[in-house]
Design a protein around this ligand. Structure first.
Ligand code: GDP
Ligand code: IMO
Ligand code: MG
Length: 431
């Protein structure tokens, strides 16, 4: 007991990285349990900005160990590059990063397969992915025949032989689909990946047993979700989702640690909503409000640099995702971005062809037709970035946060008013 899960309750980029970093003082091990280099988590501290993609955010704190667990998909060159760039920023990895030997490996043909669908002539097939090979790798994992795990890289003879068979299959498929396809050379790919494996060797371990030992020793774990609950492959806005269990339900399968070890389930939300890539977004503001939020909140993707789509807080979506993720408290982020907007809107239900809906519908066609029903709340004009206590916030900002907690059904315990670790407010319980 005593462990914590931090997940996004929207479509990603809720500022999970900041919350994980903030809570590191009370934890011993930070665990990434799903996703891969599609994630981009930002931490700002003492003028330094750190960008984390595959490496758990806990690596930034000397007292914490970082685990990339079995549920993550790893592109070795991306991971090695990230390790090198964090080391150049002074981060120490010695004995602190642990990579599961059960995690699956992203290979070059996964990137080619993703290009094939994302560049397909049929617009309906584009999901607007990050093109990091995530979907095709998870597909091979679940398909089993072509999945490659980190452990496989340490049996060179078997790996070379098996990869030759997989690459032959992939080459035939890609050649049939792409007119000027340059076939992959299985032997060259094998040698390249065996080279990566040597560089990663000091970190690779049985992370499942390592985490079980940590739990038995009473150490506190923090599970760092990537993406957000509405991008969850089962519970999100399918098919415009990622290929993993990116809500809190993914912690157990993605780490081997039973959910009963976790007692604090933090749902991270922006004070508004953003989304990158395609898919329905009922409260999207494709107008000057959306542009203002994008400008003030610097809403551009960490991984791809794409402008994020912006809109009002969607309490229908978050009520649903907080239930799926079992949230016990909310962290309301980027509240400062809303300063100066006279009236704030929050979607409290949807109108679907004249019917009132209080939950997210399963069908994409239905969700696309949902029109939000808004509640209007007064805004505030004050700059919030220097606020450090609940009492420093203007009344309207406090009321807005309390309203979000009530309408979602989960109270806010943390409010963030700027990217820096210090720009954080702990919400008093007895207010
Ligand atoms: P993550 O993927 O959920 O970790 O979120 P990202 O790092 O992709 O995006 C969140 C962005 O908001 C980052 O650039 C953070 O530095 C920044 N940020 C975090 N909290 C706040 C806040 O309270 N106010 C403002 N203005 N920016 C914030
Ligand atoms: P963090 O952890 C926001 C989105 C992509 C696309 C969809 C599928 O920083 O919150 P994928 O490459 O995963 O197959 O793309 O998911 N997406 C994210 N959006 N934040 C992320 O991560 C995301 N990771 C994936 O834009 O719409
Ligand atoms: Mg991000």
């Amino acid at each position: 007991m005593g462990s914590t899960c931090v997940v996004g309750l929207q479509w990603g980029d809720e500022a999970k990285g900041k919350i994980v970093d903030l809570l590191c003082d009370d934890h011993d091990v930070v665990v990434r349990y799903q996703g891969g280099a599609n994630a981009g988590h930002t931490v700002v501290h003492e003028g330094m900005t750190y960008k984390l993609s595959l490496v758990p955010t806990g690596i930034l704190r000397e007292n914490v160990e970082a685990v990339i667990a079995n549920g993550v998909v790893i592109h070795p060159p991306a991971l090695l590059k990230e390790i090198a760039s964090l080391q150049a920023q002074g981060v120490n990895f010695e004995g602190r990063l642990h990579i599961s030997d059960r995690a699956h490996v992203i290979l070059p043909y996964h990137l080619a397969e993703e290009r094939l669908t994302e560049e397909s002539s049929s617009a309906a097939d584009h999901l607007g992915t990050t093109r990091r090979g995530i979907g095709p790798c998870y597909k091979d994992k679940l398909g089993r025949v072509h999945g490659v795990r980190i452990a496989d890289l340490y049996r060179p003879a078997d790996f070379r032989e098996r990869l030759a068979r997989i690459v032959e299959y992939k080459n035939r498929l890609l050649n049939a689909m792409l007119p000027d396809f340059e076939p992959f050379d299985a032997a060259a790919v094998a040698e390249e990946y065996l080279g990566y494996a040597e560089q990663l060797r000091p970190y690779v371990c049985d992370s499942t047993s390592k985490l079980h030992e940590a739990v038995a020793a009473g150490r506190k774990l923090m599970f760092e979700g990537a993406q957000g609950s509405l991008l969850d492959v089962d519970h999100g806005s399918y098919p415009y989702v990622t290929s993993s269990s990116s809500s809190a339900v993914g912690t157990a399968p993605g780490s081997g640690v039973p959910a009963r070890c976790i007692d604090r389930w933090i749902g991270v939300v922006k004070a508004y909503t953003t989304r990158v890539g395609g898919g329905p977004f009922p409260t999207e503001q494709d107008n000057e409000i959306g542009e203002r939020i994008r400008r003030v909140g610097r809403e551009y993707g960490t991984v791809t640099g794409r402008p994020r789509r912006c809109g009002w807080f969607d309490a229908v979506a978050v009520r649903y995702s907080s239930r799926v993720s079992g949230s016990t408290e909310l962290a309301v982020m980027l509240l400062d971005v809303l300063s100066g907007i006279e009236e704030l809107q929050v979607a409290v239900s949807y109108d679907l062809d004249g019917r009132r809906l209080d939950v997210l519908p399963a069908s994409l066609a239905d969700l696309e037709r949902c029109k939000p029903v808004y509640e209007t709340l007064p805004g505030w004009s004050e700059d919030l970035t220097a606020a450090r206590t609940w009492g420093d916030l203007p009344r309207a900002a406090r009321d807005y946060v309390d309203y979000l907690g009530r309408i979602v059904g989960v109270p806010a315990s943390i409010v963030s008013v700027g990217p820096d670790r210090r720009q954080t407010i702990l919400v008093p319980k007895d207010r």
